[in-house]
Design a protein around this ligand. Structure first.
Ligand SMILES: Cc1ncc(COP(=O)(O)O)c(C=O)c1O
Length: 290
């Protein structure tokens, strides 16, 4: 099944969707987006993703989006293609208008979503552990907004890929380790699960929030305090979280081997708890886990 798009309520193959070059998403990256994972036909953490979408829209002052309608369109598109294991990409731009920096008056936003089959690229790395590469964070000061301005993330990820990593981990000049180019970053040091606190410098990951909840349920000690580069020699475990990443053990950072090169026990417990949560949610009522 090729990706199926929904634009203004019309279903069509993604390859047939056309957007104007005057769309502000194209010209300015004046747009926000979301990505959801669909398991066995149902979107996971739907409420969380739509809450973040609403927040992103409010922060960039894009108005006039009917979120209930967007949710219905998403459900209709998943059902129309009978998608089982899939991702949904949703993007809302400030619309089409003559090119000028300031907001155009009375321009309706462009709302588009598409659903694609998901062929899990992380299946093996989730077992054996992955390598990541450090990269300086050259992004802007509002990384808490899920905007399509992703050039800093793109350059970081390309550098990581060229170095043989599955992800780039972004750091500040003082050595603070913030997050991945498209995932959240966690470590375990002396029995404490550590991750950067939610702040304008990172995206409030939906998976991050869910995994923090799992850690609390498992009785793990958790501290929302960023790791630093100079602590990497003293961490026992590292892992990434994200919508398609799920919980992914990290066993190497650049040339530095972490945890003897093997996924650690805390990461394993969280992976199992995550898998269980997805499995159990399928027996639960349609409102989901969140
Ligand atoms: C910069 C960044 N951080 C974290 C995440 C993880 O967020 P989520 O768990 O909601 O997928 C993403 C997801 O794309 C991201 O782009």
């Amino acid at each position: 099944m090729p990706p199926l798009a929904n634009i203004d309520g019309k279903l069509l193959p993604l390859s047939e969707v056309k957007v104007s070059v005057l769309d502000r998403g194209f010209l300015f990256g004046d747009a926000i987006y979301e990505v959801l994972r669909v398991y066995r036909g149902r979107p996971w953490l739907e409420d969380d993703h739509f809450a973040r979408l609403a927040r992103s829209l409010a922060e960039v002052r894009i108005t006039g989006v009917d979120l209930a309608r967007l949710r219905r369109r998403m459900a209709e598109t998943i059902a129309a293609g009978d998608f089982r294991e899939a991702t949904v990409y949703i993007q809302v731009t400030r619309g089409v208008a003559p090119r000028a920096h300031a907001f155009p008056p009375d321009t309706p936003p462009t709302e588009i979503l598409w659903v694609s089959e998901f062929d899990d690229p992380y299946a093996e790395a989730r077992q054996s552990g992955a390598a990541v590469a450090l990269y300086p964070d050259i992004r802007w000061d509002r990384c808490d907004i899920k905007s399509t301005n992703l050039l800093g993330n793109v350059l970081a990820m390309q550098a990581a890929k060229e170095a043989g990593g599955v992800e780039a981990v972004l750091y500040l000049p003082d050595g603070t380790l913030l997050e991945g180019s498209h995932s959240s970053f966690f470590g375990v040091r002396d029995g404490v699960v550590r991750t950067a606190p939610n702040a304008p410098a990172i995206l409030p990951g939906c998976t991050r929030g869910f995994v923090l909840g799992l850690a609390a349920k498992l009785g793990l000690r958790v501290e929302e305090r960023a790791l630093r580069r100079d602590e990497l020699g003293r961490v026992q475990e590292l892992f990434l979280t994200g919508t398609t990443t799920e919980v992914l053990p990290v066993v190497r950072v650049d040339q530095q081997v972490i945890g003897g090169g093997k996924p650690g026990p805390v990461t394993r417990r969280l992976q199992e708890a995550y898998d269980d949560a997805v499995r159990n949610w399928h027996g639960a009522p349609a409102s989901g886990v969140t």
